[in-house]
Write a protein that binds this ligand. Structure first.
Ligand SMILES: *Cc1c(COP(=O)(O)O)cnc(C)c1O
Length: 352
């Protein structure tokens, strides 16, 4: 049986490093856990690290949440989800006035105050209100008694491959200033985007942006504007491990050379096969079906039936595997990494 290795200490390390880097720049980090399939040990880890807010995309994944964590739902809410949203999440990103009004009515019923970030479509073209609608939306939203308008959100690189630039930062600043002039509103939170903002955040001031929602960098150590590795982070916090079920010589039809082919018990039902990279660089994935991978063993001749093969995963592969109910999860802790994270913390508190 194939299984998932979840390296909790590496996730903790990545979260800690990203949080420090961003906090030093005056930016709050909201961990985006949507690729973890609602894993309660991972959620617990973020609660223990002192994160107050984490983001999730699906309402049904937060039913058994750790009590200390507030959940922000980052995928738009449909009208029939509103009661569950108000009941289970304190905060959400919204883009439709009628849904926001329904949230207000429901929050009144449940005697709650729901926090929202209003998503503005800057240039990505996926979700969000149009920039010219913003003032109208804000004037409507501030009249809703059971909605707390926490701020504005932006998003990049989810649809159009247009990375955020220095110009975007200053235009966003001008945009928010002109909104302030027209409405008198300034916001507690300007949530500036996702992992595609990280490279810019390293070398450029992010202006009025004071929050980033980070998923892929956290679990894979990549920024997503240019697909660059962030070498200070672990890329293998979550791995997939399969086992060899068969080894036979086969003929390569184009070279007419024989090679040793292994079958491994992972397929399209378990993950996004195109995003798998074998840890052993000698191995090459030749093909796949719903339940099996075909692997050219190259000159790696030590393998036997039953041996474990470990794969690094792309983001969609992590998400699909973590959402699978048919893969066992194995949680790993590493004392050495825990020690390093512990030392970061004590140096930090020593300085303060
Ligand atoms: C997925 C998502 C994020 C996190 O994106 P990463 O690129 O994984 O950091 C942030 N905001 C929204 C709205 C998302 O859907």
């Amino acid at each position: 049986m194939a299984y998932i290795n979840i390296h909790l200490s590496k996730i903790k390390y990545n979260a800690f490093v990203l949080k420090q880097i961003l906090n030093e720049r005056g930016i709050q980090m909201v961990p985006v856990l949507k690729c973890a399939g609602g894993d309660s040990q991972i959620a617990q880890l973020f609660a223990e690290m002192g994160f107050e807010v984490v983001a999730e995309s699906r309402l049904n994944l937060i039913e058994s949440k750790p009590s200390q964590l507030n959940y922000m739902i980052i995928k738009g809410t449909t009208p029939n989800e509103v009661p569950t949203l108000v009941n289970n999440a304190t905060m959400s990103i919204q883009t439709d006035l009628n849904v926001i009004r329904a949230i207000n009515d429901e929050a009144k019923k449940q005697n709650k105050r729901h926090h929202i970030l209003l998503m503005v479509d800057w240039k990505d073209g996926r979700e969000g209100i149009l920039t010219y609608e913003t003032v109208h939306y804000l004037n409507e939203i501030i009249q809703l008694e059971n909605i707390y308008l926490k701020g504005i959100a932006f998003n990049f690189m989810c649809h159009r491959p247009l990375p955020p630039t220095e110009e975007d930062i200053s235009y966003i600043e001008q945009f928010l200033n002109s909104i302030k002039q027209e409405t008198g509103l300034s916001f507690t939170t300007v949530s500036g985007g996702n992992s595609s903002m990280l490279t810019l955040a390293m070398y450029h001031d992010l202006g009025m942006i004071n929050e980033l929602r980070v998923g892929e960098a956290l679990f894979r150590g990549y920024e997503t504007a240019h697909g660059h590795r962030l070498p200070i982070l672990y890329e293998d916090t979550i791995e997939l491990v399969g086992h060899i079920t068969e080894i036979k010589p086969r003929l390569n039809m184009s070279t007419h050379q024989p090679y040793m082919q292994a079958l491994v018990d992972i397929g399209h039902l378990d993950t996004v096969v195109a995003e798998l990279t074998p840890d052993d660089k000698k191995l090459k994935i030749l093909g796949s079906s719903s339940d099996l991978l075909l692997i050219d063993l190259g000159d790696a001749d030590g393998y036997q039936i039953g041996d474990a093969i470990t794969f690094k995963l792309g983001y969609a592969a992590i998400a699909q595997s973590m959402h699978s109910k048919h893969l066992e999860k194995k949680y790993k802790c590493d004392k050495g990494i825990e020690l390093i994270v512990g030392n970061f913390k004590s140096t930090k508190s020593y300085k303060v």
